[in-house]
Design a protein around this ligand. Sequence first.
Ligand SMILES: Nc1ncnc2c1ncn2[C@@H]1O[C@H](COP(=O)(O)OP(=O)(O)OP(=O)(O)O)[C@@H](O)[C@H]1O
Length: 329
Amino acid sequence: MIEARNLCKDFKTPVVPEGRFSGIRTLFSREYRLKEAVRGISFQVKQGEFVGYIGPNGAGKSTTIKMLTGILHPTSGEVTVGGWNPHRDRQKAVRQLGVVFGQRSQLWWDLPVKDSYDILAQMYDVNPADKKERLDQFAELLDLHEFWDTPVRKLSLGQRMRADIAAAMLHDPELLFLDEPTIGLDVHAKLNIRRFLRKLNEDFGKTILLTTHDMDDVEQLCNRVMVINHGEMKYDGTIGRLREMIGLPTLIRVKFRGDFQVPEDLLRISPSLSFNVTQIEGDTVTLEANRREISTIDIIRVVGDWGEIDDIAMEEPEFEEVIRSFSAS
Ligand SMILES: Nc1ncnc2c1ncn2[C@@H]1O[C@H](COP(=O)(O)OP(=O)(O)OP(=O)(O)O)[C@@H](O)[C@H]1O
């Protein structure tokens, strides 16, 4: 569905001279600063995947998305979307693409929501029967009816986002790019959006690439995550494997039935076992383990000798922490 090969994007910005009339002198300046925003990124996204594209501010996420959607031309490298070059074959590529920028609406600010859909249907040449069928479906799934006749500028952020996602899907593209779709939304609105995106992916087979700073979005929706930092791809795989690679400790809470005994010499033997007891409270012992170094089975085997295990709960490190630690490395 998407193929990016050695994608690079450099920005050349004029260096602003110091002193008086710097604005005017900038116009004639021959000095430029080079910013390598994206540096040799390669990846493939297959049909039906739901991929999170994440990284710290300024990492190069938006620049990549802009190259994939044909808004920016790569400095070097190749990209195809559904077999088309998004820059050269813009018309054909955009037919397969829906794009949602959380910070910007593609709807007409002063028009009622339904009028924007009329215009978009014309632009994309969607026939009236298909338009009606899709809008009926989206209206039900996203509760669009409650603001059908309201001008876009009067919508709440959550309503606007629902309206924007429906707009992006009106021409039934196979691929959806979302840039921060849940930014600024309350918990309830986020849940609504996530539920709809999951449905698009699972029931309608749409391929989705999601850029977000909200790690819950990624954790709840994406089966694959790509991490970019300083314009380079640092990781491409599952969230689980990313956690393991970073090796942040997993918290394991073991609840015992009846008496139990934590060995006194545990502190001495724990380095070889690669886990620590961090708390003993009532019938529950909390351990911190690095799952890169010790398997869950080994932990249960050791802890099972202390008493009769009633329940075990694992708390993986916060995903945000994983990313922070990854970006710093
Ligand atoms: N038009 C431009 N001209 C010059 N530099 C740019 C331009 N667009 C982006 N950059 C620079 O390229 C780098 C990557 O920017 P980009 O917007 O792709 O990052 P991002 O990962 O999307 O960040 P954020 O999460 O903050 O949106 C940044 O250093 C940014 O300042």
